[in-house]
Design a protein around this ligand. Sequence first.
Ligand SMILES: Nc1nc2c(ncn2[C@@H]2O[C@H](COP(=O)(O)OP(=O)(O)O)[C@@H](O)[C@H]2O)c(=O)[nH]1
Ligand SMILES: [Mg+2]
Length: 265
Amino acid sequence: MKKRRNGVHVHHHTLKTIRAVVVGKDGVGKSALTVRFLTKRFIGEYDRTLEATYRHHLLVDGQFVPLDIMDTAGKNSTEKMQLCMSFAELFFVVFSTTDRTSFEEASLLARYIIQGKPLGPTGPTIMIVGTKADLEFAREVEEQEGRLLAEELSCGFYQVSNAEGYLETQELLFDSVKRCLDKGKSSALTRVREGIVETAKSFRKRSLGHEVAKSQREGLQGTRLRSFSDVDPIHEASKVKSSSQEDLSQDGENHRNSVVSTASF
Ligand SMILES: Nc1nc2c(ncn2[C@@H]2O[C@H](COP(=O)(O)OP(=O)(O)O)[C@@H](O)[C@H]2O)c(=O)[nH]1
Ligand SMILES: [Mg+2]
């Protein structure tokens, strides 16, 4: 089905939802980046412990692509990474260009993801993202270092400023989603088919209970859905257990893990 909207052909197919996760050391700008993805704004201060999943829709090449994006917080334990890996096909592995330890952690996180979910036509899409490019005076990681790491690991690479750049973060988001759509397994036709099944299911079983059961089946034990609506931007909030095993972070700080909030930006 095709409709013209503002002179552009819009396909009214429902594609399968792309599930993305934003990981990286505390303070690197994951929440700022997520908010930039969802809105045009940069707020400046975000609840450091907030861990939430948002629903967003993008118009990519004339097709609406539903996107669920999980903004994580706290220590990056192996348990948490496993949870992220069972949830997502698209990973934003974020570091701050002003914090070398965050770059080292990003490297570890990306390698950990690839080890568990090898890249390739049916594998995940990983984007390594260096933030705070506006803070040139405080720079500890050169752009080239980020680029080289991404090349070595066959990941995408972007250097952005959440504070100053809206367009560059949008470009990152669209490029990432397109990479996901281009993956062999996720051919447009398969996605449309899966999207139709997904839509049919949600019409039949649109209840909170079903969503909770579904997320638990998918390995998101510990995830609690506070609100359920198809309205942007807040879709659901997640709570992740804080009992962790091996800590993948460099500094080993004991961060409080994931408080749930449905505060809107
Ligand atoms: N100058 C600047 N500050 C940023 C940028 N991204 C995030 N911040 C700031 O860095 C701090 C931590 O950001 P936040 O998104 O909470 O990090 P998170 O812990 O990874 O979610 C906040 O004070 C943000 O305002 C950026 O690109 N440039
Ligand atoms: Mg945050």
